[in-house]
Write a protein that binds this ligand. Sequence first.
Ligand SMILES: [Mg+2]
Length: 383
Amino acid sequence: MAKWFRQIVFGDVDAMFASAAVVADPSLAGKPVAVGGPPPRGIIAAASYAVRPFGVHSAMPTAHALKLCPNLILVPPDRALYRRLHEQMRQVTDRFFPATEWSSIDEFYADATDLQLLHPDPAALGRTVKDALFEATGLRCTIAVATSKPVAKLAADAHKPDGLAVIEPGTEAAFLAPRPATSLSGIGPKTAESLERIGVRTISDLLEPRFESPLRRMWGKRLPVIQALARGIDDDPVVPDREQKSLGHETTFDHDTDDPAFLEKTLRGFLAELAHELRVEGLAAGSFTVKLKDATHRLTTKQHHFPKPLNDDPMMWRDIRAALLSLMAPRTKYRLAGVTLGDLVPAMGGLFDQRRSRALAAMDAIIEKHGTKAIGLGGIREE
Ligand SMILES: [Mg+2]
């Protein structure tokens, strides 16, 4: 077999949360299972393949899903279970690949370019990884092998569920050609509308000379980049996601203090920055540690688990503030304070509370531009 100049493996668990519910309770196998919150306000977080023919899909209000599929078995989300399964899958991918990028709790990219001597047949490699993931977790996943990340992802999407796809070098453009132009990454709903207006539907249309001038008007200098993508050319590397298990910040004050308001303001500022970092990295923290060192250098700490992994600092602050206040002793001055967020796991992508995620996304945009002070959190750094 000819050596590929680059070989990317993409894996995606089929209906992760719904399949996890079956792993936890095998009697649910083949039944119309969906994971989500109860009506009237709950939404469906994941629908099993058994309920998809009814039109039930994720992000749909549970009340509506129950109308479409009255026999629906609704299972509450179980984050501890997802976390355990994710860790088990990570152990498998770490065993096979030198570098893996988990882009979400159930999707990974791995660079297999240097493994071709060991695994000369990409289909056999894909099959082996797929079987190993199933053996470790009981979860079925779809795996695709291609020369770039976007082609591997689109190939997996086209072969779900329980699929295995290999897009040989040189066949990328032919594979992409008939697919909707909107399936290329970076084409949002607004661009999709403009494409529709000028009559561009498929990825091959993006390369048609007759659409060249309207497309150039739309995209200008970006057009060649999009056309390269349409041919399946992309060199975005696999970047191992952060192995870091905790994230923290602490400071030693210029003057020892016993002012609770000052200590609260300090930790609140640190938390805002740390939580922002988590959201940027797509992570959530399962626990936190508050640390105080008094004027005599005696260190006290308090560690707690959040009720569920969080990356939303207004929600995290309640518990952290309570821990700080309980840690403070009367008539004691402190020289150092810090907070660490631990048990970092991939965030759930805001599936469970979309409104809140939008508010946070807006806040993150402001923080990126102006820093945490801009939203009145008073981040204090004294180092
Ligand atoms: Mg998936």
